[in-house]
Design a protein around this ligand. Structure first.
Ligand code: NAD
Ligand code: MG
Length: 343
């Protein structure tokens, strides 16, 4: 069993004396910067020149500097830029401003795990990875809760790297929910696997395939949407609150028997074999190589697949139905609003 750290285990002095630069003000960046500030940490935001996020961050009461100035000012530099841009920003803005004893921090192990960034031996290299999207890291903290975090130490030059990672995780609210220690390798590989196979890739394709099967068989698209997408939240909420057993307890016994007897036919040996193959592509670095070259090569494939996703008929019927259910988004800040969009 993993060792889980809570607020009582945190030495807050490990971050109280530090200056933290948050590079980037996107999904994670705005959440880390605002949560740390409200936790009393000395923080600034580092943005590229002309960034459209600068006004948003300043309005939120944060100090904004250039990427280089922020890196020079800080002794803890948290890199919250897109994974495929981090290496270039590291070379140009961070590396020239790193001093012995500084800490370089990440929210995902990608650049360290796949050797895209090599930090000098005299700095700490740590990870604090909230296990949730950035807008929830912010919203949950503001509500008095927190999103669980993973921490990892790749390099402990100071001898205090783990205490710093734990105190940082506490500052963003993670120690309210639980902080688990991992390695860059484990975090990176499990994170990529989860988003590809279960959370994003597996889920969206399962939903769309179920929807398509019903609509192609002549059922009304609105009914297919409610059944295959809308209701998913209710089921996921039950799993989140009470596990799979709790969800099965709540649904009818007809639903439960269908689940028990049909689920393994949907996710069969073929699907499990594909899952293993996808994990291998992650472990060998083949996925990382493909994604970095896609990102640096104009993202043609990425954009085409994204556009095809927008064209799927479930999106049209979904936007019409959600417009009739304004309470779904009432009082919730959209992801785009929360982070001020890109820039
Ligand atoms: P994002 O795309 O939401 O935001 C990135 C920020 O960097 C934006 O402010 C953008 O304007 C800026 N930026 C983009 N390119 C830049 C460049 N070349 N130079 C300088 N600034 C640039 O990114 P994100 O989703 O917050 O991801 C940041 C890190 O957090 C990544 O390592 C990611 O894997 C990790 N992470 C993200 C989430 C999440 O919820 N999105 C969850 C866990 C970990
Ligand atoms: Mg993830």
């Amino acid at each position: 069993m993993a060792n889980i750290y809570y607020e009582k285990d945190v030495d807050r002095s490990a971050i109280a004396s530090r200056k933290v630069a948050i590079l980037g003000y996107g999904s994670q960046g705005h959440a880390h910067a605002l949560n740390l500030k409200e936790s009393g940490v000395d923080v600034c935001v580092g943005l590229r020149d002309g960034s459209s996020s600068a006004a948003k961050a300043s309005e939120a009461g944060l100090e904004v500097r250039s990427l280089s100035d922020a890196s020079a000012w800080a002794d803890v530099i948290m890199v919250l830029l897109p994974d495929t841009d981090q290496a270039a920003v590291y070379e140009e803005h961070i590396a020239p401003n790193l001093q012995a004893g500084d800490a370089l921090a990440f929210a995902h192990g990608f650049n360290i795990r796949f050797d895209l960034i090599a930090a000098p031996a005299d700095v700490d290299v740590i990870m604090v990875a909230p296990k949730g999207p950035g807008h929830l890291v912010r919203r949950t903290y503001a509500e008095g809760g927190g999103v669980p975090c993973l921490i990892a130490v790749e390099q402990d030059a100071s001898g205090g790297a783990k205490a710093l990672a734990l105190a940082y995780a506490d500052g963003v609210g993670g120690a309210r929910a639980g902080v688990i220690e991992t390695t860059f390798t484990e975090e990176c590989e499990t994170d990529l696997f989860g988003e590809q196979v279960v959370l994003c890739g597996g889920m969206t394709e399962l939903v769309r395939s179920g929807f398509d099967t019903l609509v192609d068989a002549g059922y009304q698209p609105e009914i297919a949407y409610f059944e295959c997408l809308h209701e998913l939240k209710l089921i996921v909420d039950l799993m989140y609150e009470q596990g799979i057993g709790g969800m099965r307890y709540s649904v009818s016994d007809t639903a439960e028997y269908g689940d028990l007897s049909r689920g393994p036919r949907v996710v069969d040996d073929h699907v499990r074999a594909t899952m293993k193959q996808i994990l291998t592509e992650i472990q060998t670095g083949a996925f990382a190589e493909e994604w970095v070259s896609e990102a640096h090569g104009g993202r043609e494939n990425f954009r085409r697949l994204e556009a095809e996703g927008h064209e799927h008929r479930i999106e049209k019927v979904g936007s019409e139905l959600r417009a009739m259910m304004p309470w779904i988004s009432a009082g919730k800040v959209s992801v785009q609003e929360a982070s001020g969009g890109q820039g």
